[in-house]
Each structure stands twice: as C-alpha cells, then as structure tokens.
Design a protein around this ligand. Structure first.
Ligand code: PLP
Length: 353
C-alpha cells in the first residue's frame, strides 16, 4: 500500500480477468471469446480506414455506429450509447444511473465486475441469493431499492430469464432503473429490447465481444430511453470524449451490418454447445441449462480445482471461480467442434485415472 494512494484505492477490489497465456497449441476455453473470427467485411472496413486519417480524432459521438445499431434494433440513434467495451458502458451506468440512497440489487452469483464497480463508485448493494437451482427468483427483488442489475442470461451460470419475467420486474420497479446485461443473449436468450418503448426505466447493455467475435476491438453499447442515454453521455463526456477510436467505429459498424455472418457463427456455437453438454453429461457432469456461449458444470465426484489443474496440464484452459456456492464448477467456453473434442478427450483421460 502506497502512502501516495487516495483513500479509495486501497479499498478497491479490482476485477480479475481470465488469463491470456501465450502457450502454443493451447485450447483456450476460459474467457468466453468466440472461436470464429469477426465478420470479414468488418476486417476489410478496418483495413480501408487504416491510413493518414488516423491523425484525426474520431467522431466523439460515433454517429454512424449508433445509427447502424439503432437500425438493427428498430430504435433511434438517441436511444443508443456506445463505449469502449460493455465493461466501460457498465462502469458509466453504475455511476450515472445505479448510485442512489437505496441499495442496488443484483444476484449473489453473477458477473464479478458488479461488486467491483459498486466499490469504485461507493454504491451500497444487496446481493440477492439465487435459488438452489441457481435461478433468479424475481419475487426476492420485491423490496425497496435504488436500482437493479441482472445479466440475462446470467453469468457464470448461463441460465436465462424469460421475457415475461423481465417485464414483471420492470413493471414492479417502475420507479428505479433496471439494467439487463445481455452480453450472452444471442446464444439462445430472449432480449428485452422490444420492451424499451414501453419501459423508460429499462436499460439493455450488449457487447460485440461475444456473439460478434470482437473482444479485441472493445465495443459495447446500451439501449434505452433517451433520458437514460443522456445520463450516460454526460458521464462519458466528463471522462473521455473519444472512447471509441476510428478503427473500432468502422469495424463495429460493419460488424453490426453483417447479419449473415453473425447468424452463421451463433448457430454453430449453439449446436456445438448442445453437443458438448451431451458428452459432458455422459462423463457424469452436472451441467446447468445454458443459453450462453459457455457452460457451467460440476463433476459428481472430482473437485473443480483438481479438474482445472489437470486440464491445464493437458493444454486445455477453462475457468473456475473460488467463491461460495460455485467453487466446484468449471466454466467452459464453447470452442470449435475440434476444441470441444480435445476437451472431452482430455477429460476422458483424467477421469479413468
Ligand atoms: C463479457 C461480459 C461483459 C463485458 O464485455 P466487454 O468485452 O467489456 O464488452 C459484460 N457483462 C458480462 C456479463 C460479460 O460476461
């Protein structure tokens, strides 16, 4: 601890991202990256924009990108906010919309950035336990609160909430902002975007990192009533007016427009997931029902920590969270069919021993 730090810095609990090791031939199933590349049209657009124009600042409002996203979702550009990854969009959301006198509610097992942002911005929180099947029980959210955030599907469980449940939550909490973090919604979940026109308290956050294979480009966005979007713009313009560089803006715009590529990749991943679930169940894993590009599974007799270590020795990287209730589970990102096959053969080797 340095005597030069501000008070808040010593109290932070920074988010720990999954490893990005440089081991040749590694099967990397630990950070929910998409195993297929981004849209070739998006790569070409980035190439075309890579020239002298990089001496100029980008459009601070990312107008073309916001218009493309608005068109894709049947909204107007005033209902769209973009940021440097949805993590940044979430950070601005915590500061702009979730910081109130009453506590912020979110599930006890969820995206571990939420407690981190809450500490960073001094937000009081209440963690609402998932039920014994790791499902969100919406009636548990019927209590005074300043705001609510839930991922749908939830992470790291992969379990989705039906749209009717989201709508019930919005209706029961019309006096506070309800944020739905849809990082994984394109892999089988039901998006809350169609509810935006009727619920001015709804903010939906999505990312290009997972279903559009662009984790390296860092683009995320929020959709909601223009008043909510304006709050985010006010925070952004008090922090960094150019969060998205020129290449990110053109690449993301082209990626959003390439619906065919998006559809093909997400269907392949859903099919690989269903196949992987069957094989893991045959190896005596309990697999939670996933609507995401990862699965959350625990073996009936082997410990999560031991399995993770033995998989790593065999060149397969998965993720585990050393936290209450979930420390025996492995979170396994869906790779290509070849990568899934390598995982299964490594597990067969480990489990016979
Ligand atoms: C991956 C993820 C994000 C953040 O993605 P970015 O790469 O920052 O866009 C947000 N929420 C959840 C639940 C995630 O899993």
């Amino acid at each position: 601890m340095s005597r030069y730090w501000s008070d808040i810095v010593s109290k932070l609990r920074p988010y720990i991202a999954g490893e990005q090791p440089r081991i040749p031939g590694l099967v990397k199933l630990n950070t929910n990256e998409n195993p297929y590349g981004p849209s070739p049209k998006a790569i070409e657009a980035i190439r075309q924009a890579t020239d002298d124009r990089l001496r100029l600042y980008p459009d601070p409002a990312a107008t073309e990108l916001r218009e493309a996203i608005a068109a894709r979702f049947g909204l107007t550009a005033e209902q769209v906010f973009v940021g440097n990854g949805s993590d940044e969009v979430l950070a601005h959301t915590f500061q702009a919309l979730l910081n109130h006198d009453l506590p912020l509610l979110y599930p006890d097992v969820t995206y571990s950035f939420y407690p981190t942002y809450s500490l960073l911005y001094g937000i009081e929180t209440i963690e609402i336990p998932l039920d014994h099947q790791f499902r969100i029980r919406l009636s548990d959210y019927d209590r005074p609160c300043g705001a609510i955030i839930v991922p749908n599907p939830n992470a790291p469980t992969g379990i989705g909430l039906p749209l009717a449940g989201i709508e019930a939550l919005l209706a029961a909490h019309s006096d506070v902002v309800v944020v739905i973090d849809e990082a994984y919604v394109d892999f089988g979940g039901q998006s809350a975007v169609p509810l935006i026109s009727r619920y001015p308290n709804l903010l939906v956050i999505q990312t290009l990192s997972k279903s559009r294979s662009f984790a390296g480009l860092r683009v995320g966005f929020a959709l909601g009533h223009r008043d909510l979007i304006e709050a985010l713009v006010r925070v952004k313009d008090s922090f960094n007016s150019y969060p998205l560089d020129r290449l990110a803006q053109v690449g993301a715009t082209a990626a959003i427009k390439d619906e065919a590529w998006f559809e093909t990749c997400r269907r392949k991943i859903i099919a690989s997931r269903e196949n992987l679930v069957r094989q893991l169940e045959a190896l005596s894993f309990q697999v939670l029902p996933s609507q995401a590009n990862f699965i959350f599974a625990r073996h009936e007799s082997r410990s999560g920590a031991a399995l993770l270590a033995e998989l790593r020795e065999r060149g397969v990287l998965v993720r585990r969270f050393d936290e209450p209730r979930i420390s025996e589970f492995l979170r396994i990102s869906i790779g290509t069919d070849e990568e899934c096959a390598r995982l299964i053969s490594a597990l067969k080797e480990i489990l016979v021993a």
